[in-house]
Design a protein around this ligand. Structure first.
Ligand code: PGA
Ligand code: ZN
Length: 433
């Protein structure tokens, strides 16, 4: 057995895809293996997320991470030196105990997740295995299911200066036979959508995650344009390639009231739930994330009751990768799928617990990156190693996104005959006339 005792933990300030500082952690084992990971950062965050610790003040708009780096150097490194990096649960328990808050506010969730993920990388490296393979354990010797990619075509919401209210207009490829084909098809849809925008004189670059900048008269026009792009690319919309939305309603909803800037309309809970259900009825939509705000479980349950037989209802800000919240949501029938973001939880062990809770409740699972990303590809390995249903990492442009899609291609290729793909079984509407 390789010696995966932690010998050294180093913290480094690096830069993310929005040009903001972020935390990189590097764990070195006694055997000389090195594992490295970078914390991502959200823009449309849920209030229940682990705290992304920032320095405030004037440097870099108050977003510097010197405090989080110091927490790693001065507190975390001495506390975990000598522990076994392979003992992820004990290691993460130590981080949680050391922090002592309910939301990682003291050390910083960006500090804890970078260290937690770096330790996993160090262990995999010590064993000479890719991270996904280490995480999968014995299960990796049989068939391995590749996640279905969920890929943004238009950006919006907090990722595009609220040019449209909805945040992600995405596609999934339920008709694809494997991960690589799902990317091929998405590339064609992305190109077709860009061409449609150019032809309409509306192509103005891309939003934070690489999706086309959303120049539309109202939110539904963006959905209709995406459906058209799917058809222009030569696919049967809703069957081969379908639409997935992230409404990210926490950005414009509060206390059961929803205020759409672009559509210049206010909705109460019931009206807004009906509006969302109307989109699902009129367009080839198979998944809707955060249709209601994080403070509106009744609204989430209302949407799930209305569209749950035709589309997944995904909780992101609403669940914040918390096993307890996922269990409550399952009891309330508030959603049917859980977004799983490691930095919302703050450690890999808590992230895994959230995924297990979702699976135990019969929910679909979607491992997700953030809008502020880097070349770090850990989420891809988590999605494969933990056998999540889907993988969401933004659009089909910009290298912080493409690095992740490309990593999944390498994994699928390496699996060869053992690779499986179950895109056709993920969404509730499939198989209906
Ligand atoms: P965020 O967006 O990383 O800015 O929170 C991603 C999402 O809402 O799914
Ligand atoms: Zn979201």
């Amino acid at each position: 057995m390789p010696d995966s005792t932690i010998r050294h933990v180093h913290a480094r300030r690096v830069w993310d895809s929005r040009g903001r500082p972020t935390v990189e952690a590097e764990v070195t084992t006694a055997g000389g293996a090195v594992g490295r990971a970078i914390a991502p950062a959200g823009a449309s965050t849920g209030s229940g997320e682990a705290v992304d610790r920032r320095d405030g003040g004037t440097a870099f708009g108050g977003l510097d991470v010197r405090g989080a780096l110091a927490a790693i150097r001065d507190e975390i490194a001495p506390a975990i030196a000598g522990m076994d990096a392979a003992g992820q649960a004990a290691l993460d328990a130590r981080l949680i105990e050391l922090d002592g808050t309910a939301n990682k506010a003291r050390l910083g969730g960006n500090a804890t997740i970078a260290v937690s993920m770096a330790a996993a990388h160090a262990t995999a490296a010590a064993h000479g295995l890719p991270l996904w393979r280490w995480l999968a354990g014995d299960g990796a010797d049989g068939p391995v299911v590749m996640p279905l990619p969920e890929i943004q075509i238009f950006g919006g919401g907090a990722h595009a200066d609220a040019r449209v209210d909805l945040q992600d207009f995405m596609v999934v490829c339920p008709g694809a036979e494997n991960f690589a084909q799902a990317l091929d098809w998405t590339a064609e849809v992305y190109r077709a959508a860009g061409a449609l925008m150019a032809a309409a004189g509306k192509r103005q670059g891309v939003a934070d995650e690489g999706g086309w900048w959303p120049v539309f008269a109202d939110n539904e026009e963006a959905i209709a344009t995406l459906a058209l792009a799917i058809e222009r690319a030569g696919f049967r919309a809703g069957e081969q390639v379908a639409i997935a939305l992230d409404v990210a309603a926490t950005q414009f909803g509060r206390d059961g009231a929803y205020r759409l800037r672009l559509d210049e309309r206010d909705y109460d809970r019931g009206e807004w739930a009906e509006r969302v259900a109307g989109w699902v009825a009129r367009h080839p939509i198979v998944s809707v994330e955060d249709p209601m705000a994080e403070d509106d479980p009744a609204g989430m349950a209302q949407v799930t009751a209305a569209i749950g037989d035709r589309a997944l209802v995904v909780g992101d800000d609403f669940l914040v990768t918390s096993a307890a919240r996922i269990e409550a949501a399952a009891r309330d029938r508030a959603c049917t799928a859980a977004l799983i973001k490691p930095n919302q939880a703050g450690t890999l062990t808590e992230t895994r617990a959230a995924l297990d809770a979702a699976r135990a409740a019969g929910m679909r699972t979607i491992v997700s990156a953030r809008s502020g990303e880097t070349e770090d590809v850990t989420v891809v390995h988590l999605a494969v190693g933990w056998q999540a249903d889907q993988l969401k990492v933004g659009s089909f442009a910009r290298s912080e996104r493409m690095a992740k899609w490309n990593e999944a291609l390498r994994i699928e290729e390496g699996l060869g005959e053992r690779a499986r793909f179950r895109a056709g079984q993920i969404f509730p509407g499939q198989g209906r006339p």
